[in-house]
Design a protein around this ligand. Structure first.
Ligand code: CO
Length: 347
């Protein structure tokens, strides 16, 4: 919150109104806040409703807690605080449009502006205490993946594989899944987000497993693709190209390089091998409290990779009618290169 205040002073805003739950958690340590107001001068105010009032008193740090009681309107509470503080310009992370107008109607003189980067520039660079939690989430994810790979065999249903992976992660301390588990087999592997149904895995299938554990709010993300049994030559070829593309990307990553250059390097390799039109998504994304967050690793990314960024590297090739393969790891960007946080015996 101190850094947010400094940034606001620098760009000439009086306050910042935070709506995103993850941002509120990141800044105040409280996971169930309604809104957080950070003025350049004065006390930070956390708005909570009755069910979370007691919890906020014991968990939230460096804030005054403002109760929004039953029958009270948060818009009214916010505009009271804004008028009292005489704030003329307020930055926002994001806000629901209808809510915005309810607040704006009583604060006609106040200028609101979305300043997305104020908090993202902080969240993108993980500190030591965050890295401990992300590494734990990555470890749990790897163990879940290990379990999934153990149970995959002809005849098992996709959702049973998913249940085994999730159960393993839960038993080891995962507080939930970072996103809906994907276990996808056969022709549907051609859809990057396909799968998790009752399909029975068959000999010769591609199976894509994409899972993520969560530890104290922090996510990890990992994908493996296996060929059940022998498989066809083309499947093995696709798999090898995806492995190669990931290796190239990992070798390029270091602090100070443009994120889009990493995507470019991996994409070039896939294009040269004739599968360019089948790599239909960005190479990767940031991971933290959100499963998809900046920095993005894609052709349109304007991010510069910084030490402390945590990103995925996940090249994939998807051929309609035939199937697809993707390999994904969560990695930490350091000055000297990429440190893989997910993996099974280093793989
Ligand atoms: Co991902």
């Amino acid at each position: 919150m101190k850094k947010v205040r400094e940034k606001l002073a620098e760009i000439g805003f009086d306050a910042f109104l935070v709506s995103d739950e993850k941002n509120i958690y990141y800044l105040s340590g409280f996971p169930w806040g309604l809104k957080l107001l950070i003025p350049v001068e004065g006390e930070n105010i956390l708005f909570v409703n009755s069910v979370n009032y007691e919890a906020a008193k014991s968990l939230a740090k460096n804030v005054l807690i403002e109760l929004v009681g039953i029958g009270e309107k948060i818009e009214k509470k916010i505009s009271d605080v804004v008028l009292r503080g005489r704030f003329k310009s307020i930055g926002l992370d994001k806000m629901d449009v209808s809510e915005y107008w309810r607040i704006k109607n009583s604060l006609e003189e106040v200028r609101f502006e979305v300043l997305g980067d104020v908090i993202w520039s902080l969240r993108k660079v993980k500190d030591e205490s965050e890295l401990v939690l992300i590494k734990r989430a990555a470890e749990l994810t790897s163990r879940g993946m290990e379990r999934a790979l153990e149970v995959i065999k002809p005849g098992i249903k996709e959702w049973v594989v998913a249940a085994e992976a999730e159960y393993e992660m839960r038993k080891l301390g995962s507080s939930g899944v970072a996103f809906d588990t994907i276990v996808c087999s056969g022709p549907e592997t051609a859809y990057p987000h396909g799968g998790l149904g009752e399909r029975e895995i068959k000999d010769g299938d591609f199976v894509v497993i994409d899972i993520g554990a969560k530890y104290r709010g922090y996510c990890a993300d990992m994908t493996r693709t296996v060929i059940v049994g022998e498989g066809a030559r083309m499947q093995k070829h696709i798999y090898e190209i995806v492995v190669g593309a990931q290796r190239i990307a990992l070798n390029h990553i270091r602090a100070g390089i443009k994120a889009k250059e990493i995507d470019e390097a991996a994409r070039k390799f896939i294009v040269e091998n004739g599968y360019g039109e089948y790599f239909i998504h960005n190479l990767g994304h940031g991971v933290g409290l959100d499963i998809h967050e900046p920095p993005m690793l894609g052709p349109l990314s304007e991010d510069l990779l910084l030490a402390g960024n945590v990103v995925t590297v996940e090249p994939g090739i998807y051929i309609p009618g035939l199937g697809g393969a993707r390999i994904e790891d969560t990695i930490l960007v350091e000055k000297g290169g990429a440190i893989k946080l997910t993996g099974i015996n280093g793989e």
